[in-house]
Design a protein around this ligand. Structure first.
Ligand code: GDP
Length: 470
């Protein structure tokens, strides 16, 4: 063999090693409770990257600023069982003659982007000028994350937990009254079980949307069933009668209502929750959790406390120290977590910092735990699609920074002063004095550029993928 060809072979080998050495793929999961802004976020994220060549709206994405990101395209992913994120439909809705917000997330979906970039590293550059980063984006409802604790509960434990929560809450208990009339030790026809469980789902859904009581949301698929809508695996409900809960279940026959409900609960855990978390923990590298703080501010103290509780529950998914059960059961690989307050375009720019501080206050305890686990954590106030502009206007005889946009409900242009966001936590009494007035804004019909206007999506991108463009 000639010297030339052996040098060529060595170089080829080195090139292969380099290729493998440079991170080629990053999987980003996007979540948040319903209405947090997941669909708008993914649409904007894809839009910013797909227009990378002529996008001058990304000064904080370093590789883009350095002109090293060359092109992005949508590619097909390997997880064929996961539906595709509807990017084109979302964009069509936004740029329609009569624009509308894209249809919100109801289940899991995925998109994949291939990004070509110029290599920066002096050594790697000698061997290869360009490389490709594959970014997978997975969208799933935050409600599903709330199912994680169920993995460690038996049907009896879960029922007891539901019983205690309902005892403490002031929720309308009409469902409960009819459920205690059932004879749990005897068989019950399937259609009757389906009917009672449908009513249970309606009951927790109503409480979720009207009273923002997130701790009754389990199982998550009862709120957002995704592809499981109507499937019998979701036909179960907790036993709430305390005498039955305290009784011995060991002698119950397998066709009794309790055993049927227990079987379905166990099936749900084994066949739905466990595979979801297995795929999730073992494949996701970076997570973004979106939080609608404006809804919290608009709805007062109790809503604030409920959201704080729910966030701490959601963030339990990221507490996995050495001896933690999550680590024993799965192999989590998340190394970065971004928690973002969405829809920051509702707030005048001078208050964005307060919005971020408000989010940080809500996260307080959980934040320390996560940092301790070694996951890099960042918080930001962002707007995926900015549909307002900041204007100085008169509000209650004062000149104040406000936001101007088209109000969603009336279709009229309005100037809104939403109130002053308190960056620190407020006592129950202080919350009562605080008045907030956030209105929903529509997408204006005059979006001229095909690149969506945003607030801090470049900082989001720098945090999530910036380190991969080496
Ligand atoms: P999802 O349920 O998490 O998928 O939430 P969506 O992305 O569908 O967002 C819910 C609603 O929040 C949208 O229909 C919009 O009204 C609003 N929204 C989301 N993102 C933004 C944003 O960046 N700016 C503004 N002004 N509104 C937003």
């Amino acid at each position: 063999m000639s010297d030339k060809s052996s040098i060529k072979r060595v170089l080829y080998k080195v090139e292969q090693l380099v290729e493998r050495g440079i991170d080629k793929r990053v999987r980003i999961a996007v979540t948040g409770l319903s209405g947090a802004g997941k669909t708008a976020f993914i649409t904007s994220l894809m839009n910013q990257l797909l227009h990378i060549a002529d996008n001058d709206q990304l000064p904080f994405l370093r590789a883009a600023k350095e002109g090293r990101i060359l092109a992005t395209k949508v590619s097909s992913y390997d997880e064929l069982h996961i539906p595709e994120f509807k990017y084109k439909q979302s964009l069509d809705a936004i740029f329609d003659k009569k624009p509308t917000w894209p249809v919100s997330t109801t289940g899991i979906s995925q998109a994949q982007l291939d990004i070509r970039y110029t290599i920066k590293n002096e050594w790697l550059k000698k061997l290869q000028k360009q490389s490709q980063l594959t970014v997978d984006i997975i969208d799933y409802p935050g409600e599903w994350l709330l199912d994680l604790p169920l993995l460690r509960l038996s049907f009896k434990d879960w029922s007891m937990q539901c019983h205690e929560l309902l005892e403490q809450s002031e929720l309308d208990s009409s469902w409960r009254e009819q459920a205690v009339e059932l004879i749990y030790q005897q068989p019950l026809q399937d259609d009757k079980i389906a009917q009672v469980s449908t009513e249970y789902k309606d009951f927790i859904r109503q409480n979720f949307s009207q009273q923002h009581t997130y701790n009754l949301l389990q199982p998550g698929r009862f709120i957002l069933p995704g592809e499981l809508a109507g499937a019998p695996v979701l036909d179960f409900f907790p036993v709430l009668d305390i005498d039955i809960l305290n009784s011995d279940w060991s002698t119950l026959s397998s066709d009794s209502l309790i055993r049927i409900l227990e079987k379905r609960f166990n099936y749900y855990k084994k066949q739905i929750i466990e595979p979801f978390f297995k795929e999730y923990f073992e494949k996701v590298d970076r997570q973004i959790l979106l939080v609608d703080c404006l809804e919290v501010l608009n709805n007062g103290y109790q809503n604030y406390r409920n959201m704080q509780f729910t966030l701490s529950e959601l963030l339990k998914s990221f507490h996995y120290g050495h001896s933690n059960w999550i680590k024993r059961m799965f192999s989590p690989s998340i190394d970065k977590l971004l928690i973002a307050a969405t829809k920051a375009d509702h707030v005048p720019p001078e208050q964005h910092r307060e919005l971020e501080l408000f989010l940080q206050k809500m996260l307080q305890g959980s934040r320390n735990d996560i940092q301790y686990e070694g996951i890099e954590l960042e918080t930001l106030a962002i707007s995926a699609i900015k549909v307002t502009e900041a204007v100085m206007a008169e509000h209650q005889a004062q000149k104040l920074m406000c936001v101007k946009g088209v109000e969603l409900s009336s279709g009229d242009e309005v100037i809104n002063y939403p109130g002053k966001i308190a960056p620190h936590s407020l006592s129950k009494e202080l919350w009562q004095e605080q008045q907030y007035d956030f209105v929903d804004f529509a997408i204006p019909g005059n979006l001229t550029s095909s690149i969506l206007p945003h607030i801090r999506m470049d900082k989001v991108l720098q945090f999530l993928i910036g380190d991969k463009f080496r």
